[in-house]
Design a protein around this ligand. Structure first.
Ligand code: RIB
Ligand code: CA
Length: 313
């Protein structure tokens, strides 16, 4: 079976970094067509630098990395240095990238790539605010035909918000973009906080990263050591939630996950609940199902897959 073609849209972010490493460690199943960067956890200049740092850490300086939108579609940028540190990749000490950033804007790259692709042949894997994806869909709606599905990290229902009482960060930063994506008609798989908060890097799992014995294992252990502080303090979690790697793991093995095909709409009007993913989990409305909303994970299976793949880099 030929590898699945994906575009990773990302705002690294330690968890984004692990998601990218997992994808680059799995060339038999995943072909990373390109990595598009967006402002989110930290400003665009840093997310587009961090994406290249991670590609070089993986030993893949040939990957094409593009810078995209530096602010949300209709709101001021909100960043998350309080979670990820001032560089967005605090934890390990990693060298500045040597590989180049592509000249083409990420949105133009997404449009050009999808226009040239066969129908339903490319999977989009957004790991940050949906600004690049929504901007591309708004400028060239016909590109939706080339998308097999969108597997994204964002939103929450039972877990409610991690940046406000009601909203998850990726959706909150650009609710207008999220609204465009969720109304696009493209099949969507939502890795919400409901599932990512069950993918925790406990001490034994962190030790397993360190014991891999390669630079990637040490770096990932140091990344999760750093960014677990926020969740441990707020939720008394047992470790860092690996939000974004759930996206890559779903592409590799969807059987690790379980959810419901339901309606999900985005709050874009009320500041009180701005960016909330209004998930009709109990199907109390007649609004059409537009997303596979993931709620459960085989956490041991996920970490076994992740650790085994990181050892390949
Ligand atoms: O809420 C978690 C999400 O926001 C993750 O993608 C994290 O990297 C940040 O972008
Ligand atoms: Ca992210």
């Amino acid at each position: 079976m030929s590898p699945r073609k994906i575009i990773i849209d990302t705002d690294p972010g330690q968890d984004d970094a692990v998601a990218i490493l997992l994808a680059l460690a799995s060339p038999d199943e995943i072909e990373v067509l390109g990595i598009t960067c967006v402002a989110g956890n930290v400003p665009l200049e840093l997310t587009s630098k961090n994406a290249r740092i991670v590609c070089e850490l993986a030993g893949h300086p040939e990957v094409k990395v593009y810078a995209g939108c530096d602010r949300p579609m209709g709101r001021d940028l909100v960043t998350a240095e309080h979670v990820h540190g001032e560089t967005g990749l605090n934890g390990p000490v990693l060298p500045d990238p040597v590989m180049p950033l592509q000249d083409q804007h990420a949105v133009d790259y997404i449009i050009e790539t999808l226009r040239a692709a066969a129908p339903k042949s490319v999977t989009l894997c957004p790991l940050g605010p949906l600004t690049n994806i929504a901007t591309a869909l708004q400028r060239a709606p016909e590109i939706a035909d080339a998308v097999q599905e969108i597997v994204l990290m964002g939103g929450a229902y039972f877990e409610v918000g991690n940046i406000t009482p009601t909203a998850e960060f990726n959706i909150y930063v650009d609710p207008q973009a999220a609204d465009i994506v969720f109304k696009s008609g493209i099949p969507i798989v939502v890795m919400s906080l409901d599932v990512t908060h069950k993918a925790l890097v406990t001490a034994p799992r962190n030790a397993a990263f360190r014991n891999i014995g390669n630079a990637v294992g040490i770096a990932v252990a140091e990344m999760t050591d750093f960014f677990e502080r926020f969740d441990k303090e707020k939720y008394s979690s047992e470790g860092a939630p690996l939000h974004d790697p759930c996206v890559t793991a779903y592409v590799l093995n969807p059987d690790l996950f379980a959810g419901r095909h339901i309606n999900v709409e985005i709050e874009t009007q009320s500041e009180l609940t701005m960016g909330m993913t209004v998930a009709d989990w109990w199907r109390v409305t007649d609004r059409p199902a537009n997303a596979l909303f993931i709620q459960d994970i085989d956490a041991d299976g996920f970490f076994a897959l992740l650790t085994e793949r990181l050892a390949r880099l």
